[in-house]
Ligand binder design. Structure first.
Ligand code: GLC
Length: 765
């Protein structure tokens, strides 16, 4: 019925909801509590507590004193903070050096300012409220200059002002469009940027949550269908500091194995070992670098996880071994649904161990997915995660080091698209409904898989790709944006989507290059590969029955350009890998919205079709057919065209020309870009320097790219400093850390711009 005009039936208009909400009311009494205060209000309790000097945690519970339990998304324990509490005319002031919470007591209202007295958040006539059906809600004043970012994986433009967004992990095969709301990931976190300054809010709640920046002009709200209203306010004040704060809270990614950031080829499905061999041989023959081949669901015996179809893949271990000798990894798909099959050992073992999700009465939950009627592991219990992780020995014993988790929202083929909400999960001893934990199912599957692989890989880094996730998924997996289509609009959309994933603490993301569903075409694949080469995760994947979209599928011209850009990706890997190191250390996204680096520049507020790779590289892909030019915004500073070295001043729009074989790419003065001249292995490194009048610095990072030895100091750091005086470029190179010897045999220095002399470490060259 939703597909007909019935959807706009006159009786369906939403009523005024205000009446159904109960305000938290006046403060009846309050007392000091650890790093904050506890308020007993007319209609409930509120805990205001500093979690770290620059992170304030607010927890409201209408019924009881909040428990302040450590939630499943949080990765760091509360830090000691100097907290000062004073009564004031307005009520009560609770503050650290970084943040001030001002509480008025009748009714209870919160206002937060930073050290400089700048207003972050304010509640006016409406503040914290709840409904008797369990919903909790929080209203905040929305200033005219507020813009909103983050919120995970969402369609639409970069800035979410004017949008209402729902967090409910959903498998959406229908074409993703600006109205598509809930997708596969839920990240109930947003960053507000107001006149160049930022703060963050993380609503730590796994129930269905809503963020509404649309309904009212001067107020927004966020709400959860159940649980406590438990949220963290992050002080900023810069957007990058908010990301540091949020990623400290929810965790950061490990370094990926280097092979995970190369080029990956997938298809639903490469159906036989022979087809896989042919594919790999074609890459080799055409000299197109490749790091991984994906096995979609057809590799399995009747879609049973932890099996190989004996006819299609008679000796999988031999295939994997053979490919590994070519330097290629095989990544099989693993979905959560286990076929209900009494002859399947995984099913029987899981049943015996009580590992599958059940109803309160003890009946198993079953739902239909690829293998037919299936059961679903209850990943919320440690012993189930352990068990599931161990199953992966089936793959790791064959030499597999990467797994692709799909359908883990979990997706089920029924009306609601997922598991019954009344199914119970055993959250390490505590029973919680699927309604409460739905959004975290993929996160916990990721945890089980990643930890299992890590245990089995003897010190090697696992790679996990996931479709579903929740805040914190970055600790275990890279995220791809699910079932996009071979539409130019989807190429466009992949940029704001992945930029916001980056702001949401998930630096390792990408979209299916070429588009998954619908048919790719020559020009689209060329342009999408150019974009993909500069996205954090780079995989070409397509659906059953669609036109083939391997790099050579559209003839010689497209093939040679696609090859050139895949090779370019490999040249850029030393730089990209260093950016991943930064993501690992500080949470900073590899692919950055311009607003992160230029928050004061009004032009960047909703700039959705160009992005930065790190700080100094600006990528502006062509996003339309039959087009060889586009407008590019260059922010302040001096910029170089990557291809011609033509220098341009920024803070203006330019018209960039880019024939099929080009991608508008700009390098900012001050950039220091290490690039490999060869790939797999990189044995010659060129450091490209674009010196400016001010000193710029880059800390090049490298390690073995495959083990965790870097955690014990086995890594390499080269600090490079550069500046220019007149026509002389000064460069200082100093090895900061020598725990690992890179594969480069030679390093050459290339200086760009008008430079006549070069002085390296004090010596004229
Ligand atoms: C889902 C995935 C897609 C995969 C397909 C078959 O649609 O999103 O990537 O190819 O299932 O496994």
């Amino acid at each position: 019925m939703e597909d007909t005009s019935f959807a706009i039936h006159p009786d369906r208009e939403e009523g005024t909801e205000a009446a159904t909400y109960h305000d938290i009311g006046d403060v009846v009494e309050w007392k000091k509590a650890e790093q904050g205060a506890l308020f007993h209000c007319e209609n409930g309790y509120v805990f205001v507590q500093f979690y770290r000097e620059d992170i304030l945690r607010i927890t409201m519970n209408p019924k009881t004193v909040p428990v302040l339990e450590q939630s499943l998304a949080i990765a760091s324990a509360k830090e000691q903070a100097e907290v000062d509490i004073q009564s004031s005319g307005e009520g009560l002031i609770i503050q650290t050096e970084k943040l001030t919470a001002i509480l008025s007591l009748s009714p209870f209202r919160l206002k937060v300012t930073d050290a400089a007295g700048r207003l972050l958040l304010k509640e006016e006539e409406r503040g914290m409220a709840f409904r008797h059906d369990g919903e909790v809600r929080c209203f905040k004043k929305m200033e005219k200059e507020d813009h909103f970012y983050g919120l995970g994986e969402k369609t639409g433009f970069l800035d979410k002002r004017g949008e209402k967004l729902t967090m409910w992990n959903s498998d959406v095969f229908a074409p993703h469009n600006p109205e598509t709301d809930a997708l596969y990931q839920s990240v109930p976190f947003f960053m507000t940027i107001r006149e160049g300054k930022a703060h963050g809010v993380f609503l730590d709640n796994t129930f269905k949550t809503i963020f509404d920046f649309k309904r009212e002009q001067a107020r927004y709200f966020f709400s959860a269908e159940g649980g406590e209203l438990d949220y963290y306010i992050m002080a900023g004040p810069s957007p990058k500091e908010v990301i540091e704060q949020y990623s400290w809270l929810t965790g950061r990614m490990e370094l990926p194995p280097k092979w995970a950031i190369g080029y990956h080829q997938s298809r639903y499905s490469y159906k036989t070992a022979a087809e896989v061999r042919e594919l790999v041989a074609a890459f080799k023959e055409k000299d197109i670098p490749l790091d991984a081949v994906f096995l979609d669901i057809h590799y399995m015996d009747g879609y049973r996880v932890f099996t190989f179809d004996q006819d299609r893949f008679p000796r999988p271990e031999a295939l994997i071994q053979e490919l590994s000798e070519e330097g290629i990894h095989v990544v099989p798909i693993v979905d959560p649904g286990v076929k209900k099959d009494p002859e399947s050992p995984v099913y029987i073992e899981g049943i015996r161990g009580g590992h599958f999700c059940q109803y309160a009465e003890g009946d198993l939950y079953t739902g239909e997915v690829w293998p037919g009627i299936s059961v679903f592991p209850d990943f919320f219990h440690d012993s189930v995660r352990q068990w599931w992780g161990e199953q992966h020995k089936f793959y790791t014993d064959m030499g597999i080091e990467g797994i692709w988790n799909d359908m883990n929202e979990p997706a089920v083929f029924n009306e609601t698209k997922t598991m019954d909400l009344e199914v119970l999960h055993n959250y390490d001893g505590e029973l919680k409904t699927h309604r409460e934990l739905h959004n975290a199912y993929g996160l916990f599957m990721g945890m089980a898989t990643y930890q299992g692989l890590k245990q089995q890989l003897n010190g090697k880094r696992p790679f996990l790709l996931t479709r579903a996730g929740f805040s914190g998924i970055q600790r275990y997996a890279a995220v791809w944006t699910g079932d996009n289509r071979s539409f130019w609009e989807h190429l466009q959309m992949s940029m704001p989507m992945c930029m916001n994933l980056g702001i949401s603490g998930i630096p390792f993301s990408g979209a299916d290059v070429g588009g998954f569903a619908h048919d790719a075409a020559e020009e689209l694949l060329v342009r999408w590969t150019q974009l993909g080469a500069f996205m954090p995760y780079f995989r070409n994947h397509s659906n059953l029955g669609t036109v083939r979209q391997e790099p050579w599928s559209f003839g010689d011209k497209a093939e040679s350009i696609i090859k050139q850009f895949i090779q370019l990706r490999y040249r850029w890997l030393p730089y990209i890998y260093t950016l991943f190191r930064e993501a690992h250390q500080t949470g900073m996204p590899v692919m950055r919205a311009l607003i992160l680096e230029y928050p004061d520049d009004i032009q960047t507020v909703n700039l959705s079709d160009q992005f930065l790779l790190g700080e100094h590289v600006l990528v502006a892909p062509i996003t339309k057919p039959n087009t060889s030019h586009r407008a590019v915004y260059l922010p302040e500073g001096e910029w170089y065209d990557y291809w011609t070295d033509q220098k341009m001043s920024g803070k203006r729009h330019i018209l960039a020309e880019a024939e099929w074989d080009q991608l508008p790419l700009f390098i900012k003065e001050g950039a220091i870009l290490p690039q490999a001249d060869t790939f797999k292995p990189a044995d010659q490194l060129s450091i490209h320097i674009y010196p400016g009048n001010e000193v710029s610095e880059f800390l090049l990072y490298d390690d073995d790219g495959e083990t965790f030895a870097y955690q014990n100091g086995d890594y390499f750091e080269l600090n490079i400093k550069a500046w220019k005086k007149g026509s002389t470029a000064y460069i200082e190179i100093d090895e900061r850390h020598s725990g690992y010897t890179p594969t480069w045999k030679d390093i050459s220095i290339n200086v760009h711009g008008a430079v006549a002399r070069m002085v390296i470490n004090g010596k004229e060259q």
